[in-house]
Design a protein around this ligand. Structure first.
Ligand SMILES: [Zn+2]
Length: 223
C-alpha cells in the first residue's frame, strides 16, 4: 500500500532540480549544470581587520541562486524538504581537495549557536541540521560548545562597528573541556560580514582551542 502510494506520489511529483526544475533521477538530485554552478568550495579572501581572527575561512557555495533559495526555505520557512539538496551539495563539495583536508584536519566541529528562544521558535539550529550528518560521515563529532547568552538585535542594518558592539558578550563557551587544545571547525549556514563568526572564534580561543577554522555553507561576504 505504501509502495503504491509512493509510486503515485512520484508520478504526480517527479524529482526535479531545485533550481531550474528540470527532471532528475532521484529526489534530492540537482541537474548537473546547476550543481556545478552552486558547488564552489573556496577559501575566503578575508581582509583586515578580520584577517587575524578569520584567517582560515571556507565556504562551499556563494549565497545566491539555488543555494540562497534552499537556505531561506530551511531557515525561514522551516522546510526540511530543502535538506536533501543541501546534503547533495555537501557530498559533492567533500570531493574538493581543500574541503577534504579541512575535514581531515579538525577534531571537533562547533556550530554557531542561536539564542534559546530563537532555536525553540525555529525548531532547530540550522548549522547543526545542515552539517550534522555530513560531519558524522567524515568522522567529525559535533559539540555544542558555544551558547548565545544574550539575544541580539537583527544585524542586517548595522555597520560592522555596530555589529561588534551588538555582539559583545553575546557568546560564551559552555563546554570548555571539550574545546581545550582541540583543532576546532566552527560552522554556520552563511557568512556575511564575519562579525558573528569572529565573536565565536574569540570565545573559543579564550577557552583554549588549539586552532580554529571556519566553514560555512554559503558566503555573502563584503570584507
Ligand atoms: Zn538545474
Amino acid at each position: 500500500m505504501i509502495d503504491m502510494f509512493q509510486a503515485l506520489w512520484d508520478f504526480l511529483f517527479p524529482a526535479r532540480c531545485p533550481l531550474c526544475h528540470k527532471y532528475v533521477q532521484n529526489k534530492g538530485d540537482w541537474c548537473e549544470q546547476c550543481l556545478r554552478q552552486a558547488c564552489q568550495p573556496m577559501r575566503l579572501p578575508v581582509s583586515a581587520p578580520m584577517q587575524p581572527i578569520l584567517g582560515n575561512a571556507w565556504a562551499l557555495s556563494v549565497y545566491r541562486g539555488g543555494t540562497r533559495e534552499l537556505i531561506r526555505r530551511l531557515k525561514y520557512r522551516q522546510q526540511r524538504s530543502a535538506l536533501p539538496y543541501i546534503r547533495r551539495l555537501l557530498s559533492t563539495a567533500a570531493k574538493d581537495e581543500g574541503i577534504a583536508a579541512l575535514l581531515a584536519w579538525c577534531e571537533i566541529a562547533v556550530p554557531v549557536p542561536l539564542h534559546v528562544s530563537r532555536e525553540r521558535q525555529r525548531g532547530f539550529n540550522q548549522a547543526e541540521l545542515i552539517f550534522g550528518e555530513w560531519l558524522q560521515e567524515h568522522g567529525v563529532s559535533m559539540v555544542r560548545a558555544l551558547q548565545r547568552v544574550r539575544s541580539t538585535q537583527p544585524m542586517y542594518q548595522l555597520t560592522l562597528e555596530e555589529r561588534r558592539t551588538n555582539l559583545k558578550g553575546a557568546f560564551a563557551v559552555c563546554a570548555a573541556a571539550a574545546v581545550a587544545d582541540k583543532r576546532v571547525l566552527l560552522i554556520d549556514d552563511i557568512l556575511t560580514t564575519g562579525a558573528t563568526l569572529a565573536a565565536c572564534c574569540q570565545e573559543l580561543e579564550r577557552a583554549g582551542a588549539a586552532e580554529i577554522r571556519v566553514l560555512v555553507l554559503a558566503s555573502d561576504h563584503h570584507f
